[in-house]
Design a protein around this ligand. Structure first.
Ligand SMILES: *Cc1c(COP(=O)(O)O)cnc(C)c1O
Length: 361
């Protein structure tokens, strides 16, 4: 496949927001990447074009049957002005895993990486440099074929949009309160819980709304079959430090294979901290707390990196973890991962990819 990406220059550029007003996913940069698929031509016309609204047929299959997948990763600015991505090939591989499960034609992984690099290179001034800020990349694919029959679509669009995002937390990583969900489930074995598809999020909103109304920031999902085993928290993977050992749910087919999760496990191994991927029941977590052995609980994901958990509510049974403060291991992981991402500390795993000046148009 020819990997050249066409570039269409914008006639005017937007005013960039200040670091303070960023938040998450509210501002979008001047350009986006776009590529189309048809059964006849395959993936074709890769291009970087001014950010613009899409025109789609109301009969586009994505609106009816939900063939939509996405990814999320960040570009960071280093102290010396370089821009780097964190483990981007993991996201590209996962995108193709999602494609496979949703019957969407896979994309060329080299072309995707080239698209990331060129888009960021063009948009380098959109990478904010405030503490904790970054440029979020949101690649996604939607089924665009105008047809109401139920089968995999024969036309798709792949887009990558960029959003400068603010620090998830202020100076302190504030522990969140988590509601253990017993009524709704997120994903079943054999379903789509292990891939990043839009429907998983649509299905989770009701439980999230109910939990918010009770004053909880996130949901802790249990397995759909027995309502016993811990799966994930909101859009993050989850870790428990129990009596010196870190445990996290194993990738069982309904849990998302998080890049941050994988990085946490690698770091813990590197530090010789015992870590185990296993099946863990919510009862075991509460029992560990009762024995005084539940030392830390934290979520992991691209958005927050490490999110300490300060309280768990399971059916009205409430436990608090770590005195509403972030635990030392959670802090160490946060500092190590964000340090590598922003080039403040050495990167012994070769996780970062410098994309500072890939191509000048
Ligand atoms: C994206 C996501 C995660 C976190 O994955 P990262 O690659 O670490 O960002 C965890 N759970 C779900 C359901 C997700 O969609």
């Amino acid at each position: 496949m020819d990997h050249s990406i066409q570039f269409v220059e914008a006639t005017s550029l937007k005013q960039k927001p200040s670091s303070e007003e960023l938040g998450f996913g509210r501002f979008f940069s001047d350009y986006m990447f776009e590529m189309d698929y048809s059964a006849e031509a395959g993936w074709h016309d890769p291009r970087i074009v001014p950010y613009h609204p899409l025109t789609l047929e109301p009969s586009s299959m994505v609106f009816h049957y939900g063939q939509a997948i996405f990814e999320g990763l960040k570009a960071y600015k280093t102290k010396d002005g370089h821009i780097q991505l964190f483990r981007p090939t993991k996201n590209i591989t996962r995108l193709n895993k999602s494609c496979e499960r949703l019957c969407i034609p896979k994309v060329d992984e080299e072309l995707m990486l080239k698209a990331f690099k060129e888009l960021i290179s063009i948009e380098k001034d959109w990478v904010p440099n405030g503490d904790g800020t970054s440029l979020y990349l949101r690649p996604f694919i939607i089924a665009t074929e105008p047809y109401l029959g139920v089968r995999p679509a024969r036309e798709y669009k792949l887009l990558i949009i960029l959003s400068p995002v603010g620090a998830y937390y202020g100076d302190q990583l504030a522990p969140v309160k988590i509601y253990v969900e017993e009524h709704y489930v997120r994903a079943v074995l054999g379903g789509v819980g292990h891939v990043k598809t839009a429907g998983n999020y649509a299905a989770s909103l009701k439980a999230q709304e109910d939990a918010s109304a009770k004053g909880y920031a996130q949901i802790l999902w249990l397995d759909a079959k027995e309502n016993k085993y811990v799966e994930e928290v909101g859009s993050m993977n989850i870790f428990f430090k129990i009596n010196g050992e870190v445990v996290t749910p194993q990738l069982n087919g309904s849990i998302l294979d998080g890049v941050t999760r994988d990085s946490v496990i690698d770091l813990l191994k590197h530090w010789n901290v015992p870590v185990r991927e296993t099946r863990i029941s919510i009862k075991e977590v509460f029992e560990a707390h009762a024995r005084g052995e539940l030392e830390e609980v934290f979520g992991s994901g691209t958005a927050a990196v490490i999110s300490p958990v300060g309280e768990l509510n399971w059916n009205g049974d409430i436990i608090t973890v770590g005195d509403q403060k972030i635990g030392p291991l959670s802090q160490r992981l946060y500092d190590a991962i964000t340090g590598i991402q922003t080039g403040k500390v050495a990167d012994p795993f070769d996780w970062t990819l410098d994309v500072t000046s890939v191509k000048v148009y």
